[in-house]
Design a protein around this ligand. Structure first.
Ligand code: 7TS
Length: 410
């Protein structure tokens, strides 16, 4: 069942970037896990802000400043509903997932990590959910432990349970893997971490546009989202944090907006969420993010997931018919990411040859070098699908891969 098919041309028409040829061929955009394309309503929101009411927020009393502030805060409330957070002040605007994770590692880590404590991450993580923990663990003399990954690219839950102990202070993992697509059993991961008193951060970069997110039901302590992976602009994102933690955490950056009162002797900090929003934020992009949420909700996550799953199944079937293609990551529960290698051909060469036919994929380690090492490879070719992709485009990909295989045959 794929409800969207009847309307696919209407959906595609909303994305101006798709209406072009690349290297003489109609663009086929399969690099959605890196960043997905923006519907016209998001682009219009950016233009409307800059042309109509560009002003700094929260400080001015003039009309434009009030209008901009209202639009900015509207996104906070939309995001609260989008992820089912209890309070709007639990939504902190950041530049994206990378900054959100760094904020927690630095602020929570500085306040609550001690020598000998342990932080657990999984072997499936993006470098953004590895390096910030390495930095704070080194500083605090804490230990970083890694949950093993199984042969099909899933988190090994038994291995995870063996790592958990009263020394565990933080568990951080992604909701879905950017390299393999694996959807992780985050609810179970969170429940088990809470049993030993650890807090849990979920990197939702690859979930926000594809999966229902309900932070109350998940009961995660922190959840991170990047706007640009959910049809919104680059340079914006959120950190969701439970109020009880955010209130106890020290500021991440100092500056304007995050203070109540400053003297040279002592500064008092602002209330949530502003305590974590120092300086002029990314006003335009946060305002336009609201339109990305509206776009997703106008279709519904359920219908989006249904379409993307049918594309994933179709692509898996088509590419599995090509003998030298080997999939990396074959979990049953996946978002629409298909990673593969072709025997004897470097992923980079495959990417270049696909680009020559107007097909955009990502090749390489996808910022998950330890995961690539786990599979004994340097990288993969990754095709990731979105609401505007079609089975016809997948036929083109399969045809192109077949040609590459034949062309490169020794
Ligand atoms: N975590 C995951 C799971 C990701 O996929 C990414 C970006 C990040 C964190 C970092 O997000 P950012 O918005 O702060 O950059 N992933 C990718 C990718 O797969 N290809 O390009 C960027």
């Amino acid at each position: 069942m794929d409800t969207i098919l009847a309307d696919i041309e209407k959906i595609r028409a909303q994305f101006p970037v798709l209406q072009q040829h690349v290297n003489g061929k109609p663009l086929i955009y399969f690099d959605n896990a890196a960043t997905n394309q923006k519907p016209k309503q998001v682009i219009d929101a950016l233009i409307n802000y800059y042309q109509g009411y560009n002003a700094n927020i929260h400080r001015g009393i003039h009309t434009l400043a009030e209008k901009a502030t209202k639009a900015f805060e509207t996104t906070r409330h939309s995001m609260q509903r989008f992820i089912n957070a209890k309070h709007a002040e639990e939504i902190i605007f950041t530049r994206g997932v990378t900054e959100s994770i760094n904020l927690v590692a630095s602020s929570y880590g500085r306040a609550f990590l001690n020598e000998g404590d342990e932080v657990i991450i999984s072997g499936l993580e993006h470098h953004s959910n590895i390096v910030p923990w390495q930095i704070i663990c080194e500083e605090k003399k804490a230990k970083l432990k890694i949950i093993p990954v199984t042969e099909i690219g899933e988190i090994d839950l038994n291995g995870y349970q063996k790592l958990l102990s009263t020394k565990t202070k933080i568990v951080a993992t992604n909701h879905a893997s950017n390299s393999l697509g694996t959807i992780n059993p985050v609810k179970e991961i969170i429940r088990l971490a809470h049993e030993v008193g650890a807090v849990v951060l979920i990197d939702g970069a690859q979930a926000a546009a594809h999966l229902e997110i309900d932070v109350l039901s998940l009961d995660c302590d922190f959840y991170c989202i990047s706007s640009h992976k959910m049809y919104g602009p680059t340079g914006a994102g959120i950190l969701y944090g439970k109020k009880e933690w955010l209130e106890k955490m020290p500021p991440y950056m100092g500056g304007g907006e995050m203070i109540k009162d400053v003297t040279f002797a002592k500064t008092t900090y602002n209330d949530l969420p502003y305590k974590f929003e120092a300086g002029t934020p990314n006003i335009a992009d946060v305002i336009a993010l609201n339109e990305a949420i509206n776009f997703i909700q106008s279709i519904s996550k359920e219908v989006i997931a249904e379409h993307e799953q049918s594309l994933l199944n179709y692509a898996t079937k088509k590419l599995s018919e090509i003998p030298s293609v080997k999939f990396i990551g074959t979990s049953k529960e996946k978002v629409a990411v298909l990673s593969f290698v072709i025997e004897g051909i470097h992923p980079f060469d495959v990417g270049q040859m696909l680009d020559a036919r107007g097909i955009a994929v990502r090749t390489g380690h996808h910022c998950t070098q330890p995961l690539m090492e786990r599979f004994g490879i340097e990288g993969t070719v990754r095709a990731s699908f979105s609401i505007y992709n079609t089975t016809h485009e997948i036929d083109e990909l399969a045809e192109a891969v077949k040609r590459i295989v034949n062309f490169m045959k020794p």
